[in-house]
Design a protein around this ligand. Sequence first.
Ligand code: FMN
Length: 236
Amino acid sequence: MKITVIHGQSHKGSTYHIARMLTDRLGGEVTEFMLPRDFSSYCCGCINCFEDETKCPHYANLSPITKALDEADVIILASPTYVLHATGSMKNLLDHYGWRFMVHRPEEKMFSKQAVVISTAAGAGMKGAIKDMSDSLLFWGVPKIYKYGAAVFSTDWEGVAPGMKRKIEKSMDKLADKIYKTQGQVKVGIKTKGLFHAVRTLRVFLGKDSCTEADMRLWMKKGWIDKNRPWKKVSN
Ligand SMILES: Cc1cc2nc3c(=O)[nH]c(=O)nc-3n(C[C@H](O)[C@H](O)[C@H](O)COP(=O)(O)O)c2cc1C
């Protein structure tokens, strides 16, 4: 099992340790990126990526992360909660993948993956942080997204109460078990299919007015306007 973890912070606090607990239980081949350590360029809003992602000024730096995300069976996005949301570093990375949204040029491989979103907060706000990350995964086409938020009542892992750590360990046991059982048989649910079909309807009725030329080229090439789906190929 290939696992790619993106940490929305560069230090090893509570969020890191929870993500680590999960990867330890899953085993397999783990590739990790810490932000901003491994990617710190801000999206400058040039819009180039929507026509051609290789024209993003940060394309070269982003490529190892894109490759690892594409190759993973399981993607883990883990971020502490900062002011009720994911960290700016995590949001900034996700901004760089706007072109990968279903409404533009989704990567077919995403439609068979599992993903986990993890956030910790001292008290509250994990929900917003989790949504920041899970929205991208959903719009990338990932069909199975597990969400885990923990109010750890501490600002570092050392300060987290032993009882809380045991509770988190049990949750990670259960989650790892679920991921194992689902591996290789991820089903594409109604939400992902619904989103895809909504975009496809736009393509059919509005044609090139609904997207960029590059988006349309990909949709035509893949046969998604016709009968193929990113999760099911029926014709060449
Ligand atoms: C800039 C900043 C903003 C924060 N905002 C919140 C918040 O909105 N709600 C909350 O409960 N904790 C907040 N915290 C506390 C962290 O979310 C909490 O300590 C978290 O568990 C830290 O995770 P880490 O150990 O992985 O860094 C904030 C911390 C920082 C540094």
